[in-house]
Design a protein. Sequence first.
Length: 336
Amino acid sequence: MSTSNPKLKLLITGASGFIGKEVSHQLSFGGYRPRLMIRKAGDDCEICHLDADFVIADLRNPASLKQAVKGVDGIIHLGARATFESYKILKPSILDGSIALMEAAIAAGVSRFVYSSSLLVYDGSAYHVNADTPANPVLDYGRIKVDTENRLSEMAASAGMSFAALRLPHVYGIGDLYLKQLQSGCLILPGLGKNIYTHLHVADAATAMIACAEQSFSGILPFGDKSPATWAKYLEIARQFYPNARVFLIPRLLALLATTLLTPFRRFRPHPGLETPDAVRTYNFDIAVDPDLLWRDLGLTPSYPTIYEGIPAIAAQVKALNSDQSPEQIPELKAV
């Protein structure tokens, strides 16, 4: 992580989420005392040990956000409904909630705002994405991310606030959907995985977001690690650490048909899932990002420049947690 500024007070929304937990850990152990926003008591069970302040607030309740932003210098905004559903379902938390958070931030005099966006603002057909590639979303999730980026950027500019929107790729780590399913012994994938996608270790995603807040970086950029790779290659590396896991590759068209047929029944599920037609389409996109984007602007290099270093590091962490050892005590793991 870059040099910390103990005087900088940062609010993290979605602090109990996959990326939010990593951001919270890096800040807490890096000399900050962040303010971690959770929706209800109990959501903090995996971060409650951190040197941090906690606040209960909900993006869908604008009144609750006033206390959350009071006295903070910057916001790293990760909270939202992270599912591939309709624009109407996503709007209350992603668009409306983000606008409410920005309004509260402006009223409180917050000076910097970092927003987690997505590579799904692109159409999935451009092989190399760079700073000049226009957004052209074909999924509702991508459309609402673009609309949120635009609205927040306009509001921040009017208030004289620095605003960064980072278009995140597939972020992997402990708690990542694919590795969790491999650990459980069964992974079902909606495609053959021959398409190239951009990946990023969760620690590097968190480091970049923190650096944007520290440096008051402004801009809207896609980014990822140094070497985009096919899903098949990602799976090939990961499977050597989970040799007993069963992997099922469902042809894309069959997966689309199955998820389309299941869509009417999704409303009966207590929690949102990723078994949707748009999730299938997402998995089969081709999106490779210019490897120097953002890193060059921030003066940083990723700790895990490719999945060849990142996935073995995650496997070592999992093994260390399961054996009560530190990662340094685990023998070096061989990448493919």
